[in-house]
Design a protein around this ligand. Sequence first.
Ligand SMILES: [Cu+2]
Length: 644
Amino acid sequence: MSSSPTSAGASASAGPVHPLDPLTAGEIRQAAAALRRERGVGPGWRFASIELREPGKDVLTALEAGELTRREAVVVCWDRADGRAYRAVVSLTGDAVTMWQHLPGQHPNMTVDEWHECDEMLRAHPALAGALARRGITDLSLVLTDVWAYGAALVPERYRGLRLGWSDVWYRDSERGNPYAHHVSGLHPVVDLNRMTLLEIEDSLDDGGRRDQPDVRGEYLPGLTGLRPREVKPLQVVQPDGSGFTLDGRLLSWQDWQLRLGFNHREGLVLHQVGFRDAGRLRPVAHRLSFAEMFVPYRDPTPDHYRRTAFDIGEWGLGFMTTSLELGCDCLGEITYLDAVVHDSRGEPRTIRRAICIHEEDSGVLWKHVDDAAGPEVRRARRLVVSFHVTVANYEYLIYWRFYQDGNIECEVRATGIMVTSLVPNGRGRPGYGTLVDERTYAPFHQHFIVARLDLDVDGPGNTVYATESVTPGPGGDDPYGLGLVLRETPLRTEAEGKQDYDWSAQRGWKVVNDSVRNDLGTPVGYKLVPSGAFPPLLDRSSPAFRRAEVIGHTLWVTPYREDERWPCGDFPNLSEQDTGLPAWTARNRSIENTDVVLWYVFGIHHITRPEDWPVMPVDIVSFWLKPFGFFARNPALDVPPGH
Ligand SMILES: [Cu+2]
């Protein structure tokens, strides 16, 4: 490796320099301390989230100019004794709690502490030890329990109102063996997370469940697979003059792009104020880009899986789940890392080293033409990549935002990790709702729906979204051969019209247009959302799973910007019954014409599990693009130098 990575910013002592910078460790402590002092938040409480209250667009300019000083934290916490949850606003500048609101009936997000404490409690519990012993599993150090959240509709009547969790039980063959190699099927503890007690153990052994475990090939460590690593020649990425971007605080500049890097517990990486410098002028493209929800319903109604509906963002949080990156493995080349600061459920800050990776990449050919007279002309593409990785129990999501010299923005997600598996019922035959991946072992089908929140500001906030469709009028008039193809552009004027579905037959896409700004051709400037990675929910609309995440019923939703509309499945999907986000907001059918629009794009992976996904899943890749459409007066790819 040619150089060591640079780590920038985010040290505990460095104060905030920009109003959009995430909370520092000191600010997290300060917010928690204010609540302890003023609201009696005590040791029996948990902090679900402590984050920057991001200044709205109305005050951001004044804050940036220093005309206004205001720094606030939003905190969600709850009292474990009675389960009552509260949302608070803490003024960090005033060191005081300025808002304190009870959230009746709401269950805040799951916390990392609960996951660990639950695992410890269960593994020390004689009832679980007994159930495992009956299956011949006696070494509890090799056992892993993995608690999942419930949907309200599936909570048994006797447990209504509790902060309820249900758990899988896994065991590994050896100390470093794959923790998810052996599912103890038919064994599920149900827990009260506030009292951290075991309520019951569902155990199918007495109903004819199996006692023995199959002999599976579930290992992935080189020492355990028995495989010799194949030979690969060294490949080095060297930038002798350093990388081509600059990072000033959290302001990232590269080629003509400029953006600001944010981070919070729930969305993980957030991109703010994305702009492109064009003819000496910084032109806004997006005010804010992030992932606002990820819904993963498992499509297997059997007892081991029917509750398996993960909200990886709303229940667990991409920020909380972010893992440290390693040079040469996760990222190759001349890398700059940013640390991130989240917190635990006691309100203590926790720093994730090397949480965000920033680097430049070669991206193959940008454009090319070969002419007899002029000869070949080729330009190589360079791109700026900002990425982070999360591990949500058995799964990892690798998230990449890429900025290109031609004005394109690509958002890519790679899903990898270890699939959930369980034993084939009755020990034989084909599994009904999944794929056989090993001896008597199958991986259930499931879906990963990701909701990207795209607050675009194309040359300013006054934008309109147009559905663009390819239409063939057919033979007739001046087109006797029926060759003509025309573009139909339909403005989406209301939130009802803004609910859009993927349409292959019309090659439907969506253009975000600023009708009051014209390019040199006299046409309005725009950016196009090119849909890909979209798939239908294939879920009955009356099903409890769909009702919690109605957002997956459309590929695209468009809303007018509101500061408090951030979570498409509601503020608290944990133990939710109904999606209180997008369906509720859009029921008002507000105008979305020539206004500050937010696009909610639903994409992801329809995961029909494969034998080759086991025991580790090679990355499954999905992406979508934002492409300039009449945004530039001249082609921004023309002045890219050859052979760099
Ligand atoms: Cu999957």
